[in-house]
Design a protein around this ligand. Sequence first.
Ligand SMILES: Nc1ncnc2c1ncn2[C@@H]1O[C@H](COP(=O)(O)OP(=O)(O)OP(=O)(O)O)[C@@H](O)[C@H]1O
Ligand SMILES: [Mg+2]
Length: 495
Amino acid sequence: MPKRVLVVDDDPTQRRILEETIKQFGYNVEAVDSGGSALVALKADSAGDICLILLDLFMPDTDGMAVLSAMRSMPRKPPAIVQTAHGSIDAAIGAMRAGAVDFVVKPVSPERLEVSIKNALKIEALAGEITRMKASANGDLGLADIIAGAEAMQRVIKLGKRAAGSNIPVVIEGEPGVGKELIARAIHGEGDRKSKPFVTVSCGVVPARQIESILFGNARDKRAGKFVEADGGTLFLDEISALSLDVQAKLLRALTDGEIKPVGATQPMYVDVRLIATTNQNLIGLVQEHRFREDLYYKLNVFPVWVPPLRQRLEDAPELIRNFSARFAAEEGKRIDGLDAEATFMLQRYSWPGNIRQLENAVFRAVVLADTPMLTVNEFPQIAAHVEGYAVTVPPAPAPKDPTPRIDGPVMLGKSADSPATIHVPSSEGKDALGIPALMDSGDIRSLEAVEADMIRLAFGRYRGRMTEIAKRLGIGRSTLYRKMREIGLEARTN
Ligand SMILES: Nc1ncnc2c1ncn2[C@@H]1O[C@H](COP(=O)(O)OP(=O)(O)OP(=O)(O)O)[C@@H](O)[C@H]1O
Ligand SMILES: [Mg+2]
């Protein structure tokens, strides 16, 4: 069953109005007439599909408060919005204390209800992201927690699952920042060793003369090495190609017989360690150059996992961006609703040489820079500078005409301004993707003037500053367009 909103109200007229209104917002709805039926739905097998509950507080028998308190002990519960009667502030406070995420006063306006539902669902998404981060820190991260919708990534997840069920060494190959360590942690978190240590060594960072005693220990200063530390668990060797041939030989012995010899020791020791290594070099190429041992290569290469670069799985970018922006918005204490269509389009045309780490950093900067809830091209200046046809100028700020923060569109530079660029408009573009809100934060509708200004900025970016085209699309004359643009402080640079 698809995700749905559960409406709980004993008044049949109210129930029908709410059902219709919420359907119009684009959600599926299930409506029930009592607290008792709500609890049945929340405990049913299909309860996982309830993404939100809209709950009337005053109902006979099991009332809204009783439902909220029963929900407390449920392992997975949807966010709840309660409806209260006019003037019953105490009831609203009580419901919020009992775990409701918001309350609306009856009769609720469709606008207020939509804002409340959207916010509640956003809080839910954020909670999911926080769970994922906590899981990663505790070693509970599994392969299902990794964002991997793209087909190329599904292969990685499948391989990872098979690897998790065994103890053979794994090599994870991929460009910098593609998520090699995250995948290694997930393989560890998915297998039998998950409650045991996950010990990491950055082979490329540790000085060459210390690496042997760091890995295998040192009998003279009685230092246990990382192999001993990882006993029973996983040893993660980051950038394994940085190891010298000599250390590679010792690593091979440890992998083959479980035998390690601390520096200066006379007797070997035995450890039970699962090895996961990474490299962003082509190992077979290094074997040919005699910089990597062939026997070790074959020992490790039983389970090669290649993680594709981000540019080959850009379909995962929107979800990654949603997760990162939810996390950084929470950290920065800001409200971020998402990315507008123009920015989504622009980011998907960049090649991301630094992969997911670079995307994560770019989103972080964008969230810090943002002064509207919708991220635009202007918040990604470094990326825009590298995408053909984009550059950002921030026009001198005119005095704002309404409390709505400004959204500035991208401005074309130089001669490409008159090149007839073909603009691909993402097909999934809904009203959210346009990034032109109809309401202010207060829930009141915005003035036509403010919405018009946003429309002009959007058209300006969409048609790359081609004034004739913009005027035609907006259905106004060119001179009117120039005037309106000047009024909102937007100017094309054509030199
Ligand atoms: N699929 C994903 N979903 C969510 N976050 C991801 C994903 N892949 C990578 N990340 C995040 O991107 C960042 C880089 O990932 P990670 O450190 O695992 O990459 P790496 O391949 O080990 O990089 P390097 O080669 O530079 O060591 C991390 O913050 C990680 O949490
Ligand atoms: Mg790494």
